[in-house]
Design a binder for this molecule. Structure first.
Ligand code: ADP
Ligand code: ADP
Length: 226
C-alpha cells in the first residue's frame, strides 16, 4: 500500500484557471518526498486536494489505502498538515492551540496533555507554552504549526513551503527535526520552490510546472543530471 496514490488529478478553479492538468503521483510509506516547482505551479492546490480542503475536478486520491472522498475521515486522520499561512488563533496560548487540535481528532484530554508536552519540548517551545501565539517570532510560529500537526500522531506529515521566511539557523534546526521524525517512520511530503531544501532532505522528488508533473525521480538521479 502506498502512503499516497494520485491518479489523473485535475483542478479547474471557478473562473477558469486550470491549476492541475492530470497529475500522477505515488509516494511510498516512510518516504521523504519533495514536490518542487515555481510559484503558481499547482503545489498548494495539490496539497489542498490531498487534505480535502479543496475540491478536485476529476481524478482519484488514496491516502494509506483510504479514498479521499469515500473515506474522507480515515484519509484525513492519516495526515498532519502544516499549511503555508499561520492559521491558528493568535490570541490563544501555544498550549491551548496544540491541546485543542488533539481534541478535534478525538484524542482524550489526558493524552493530549502528555503529547503537548512531548511535542512542544521537541520543537523547543515548551518554555513558551503559556505565551500567546502572536508573541512568537516567525520561526517559532512555524515550529508551533509542526507541533500542532503532530498532535494526533498522523502517519504522514505534509508541509507547504515549511521554511518560507525562516532564517538559516531555524531552517537548519527544522530540517534536523524533520529528518529525525522521518527516521522514526513518519512519511513526509514537503513543497518547496527551493532545490537546496529538497536536496538536503528528500529521497524522492517530483517537479511540477503549470499543473503538470514534468519529472518524478530519486533525488540522487536528479542531481546526477544537473
Ligand atoms: P503554487 O502552490 O505552486 O504556488 P497554486 O496551487 O497556489 O500554486 O496555484 C496554481 C494556479 O491556480 C495558479 O495559477 C493560481 O493563481 C491558481 N489559483 C490558486 N488558488 C486559486 C483560487 N482559489 N481561485 C482561482 N485560482 C487559484
Ligand atoms: P482542564 O481542567 O480543562 O483539563 P487544566 O485544569 O489542566 O485543564 O488546565 C487549565 C488551564 O491551564 C488550561 O487552559 C490549560 O491550557 C492550561 N494548562 C494546563 N496544564 C498546563 C501546562 N502543563 N502548561 C501550561 N498550561 C497548562
Amino acid at each position: 500500500m502506498k502512503a499516497l496514490d494520485i491518479k489523473g488529478l485535475q483542478k479547474t478553479y471557478a473562473g477558469g484557471v486550470q491549476a492541475l492538468k492530470g497529475i500522477e503521483l505515488e509516494v511510498e510509506q516512510g518516504d521523504f518526498f519533495a514536490l518542487l516547482g515555481p510559484n503558481g505551479a499547482g503545489k498548494s492546490t495539490t496539497i489542498g486536494i490531498i487534505c480535502s480542503l479543496v475540491n478536485k475536478s476529476s481524478g482519484a486520491i488514496s491516502v494509506f489505502g483510504h479514498d479521499s472522498v469515500k473515506q474522507e475521515v480515515e484519509a484525513k486522520t492519516c495526515i498532519g498538515l502544516v499549511p503555508q499561512e499561520f492559521n491558528f488563533n493568535q490570541f490563544e496560548t501555544l498550549y491551548q492551540i496544540v491541546v485543542n487540535q488533539a481534541g478535534y481528532y478525538g484524542v482524550p484530554r489526558s493524552l493530549a496533555k502528555v503529547r503537548a508536552e512531548k511535542y512542544l519540548k521537541q520543537l523547543e517551545l515548551w518554555d513558551k507554552r503559556n505565551a500567546r501565539a502572536r508573541e512568537l517570532s516567525g520561526g517559532m510560529k512555524r515550529r508551533l504549526m509542526i507541533a500542532r500537526a503532530l498532535m494526533h500522531e498522523p502517519k504522514m506529515l505534509i508541509l507547504d513551503e515549511p521554511t518560507a521566511g525562516v532564517d538559516i539557523e531555524v531552517r537548519r534546526s527544522m530540517w534536523a527535526f524533520l529528518k529525525k521524525i522521518n527516521e522514526q517512520g513518519i512519511t513526509i511530503i514537503l513543497t518547496t520552490h527551493y532545490l537546496e531544501e529538497a536536496e538536503m532532505l528528500c529521497r524522492n522528488i517530483a517537479i511540477i510546472d503549470k499543473g503538470i508533473i514534468v519529472e518524478n525521480t530519486s533525488m540522487k538521479a536528479l542531481l546526477a543530471t544537473l
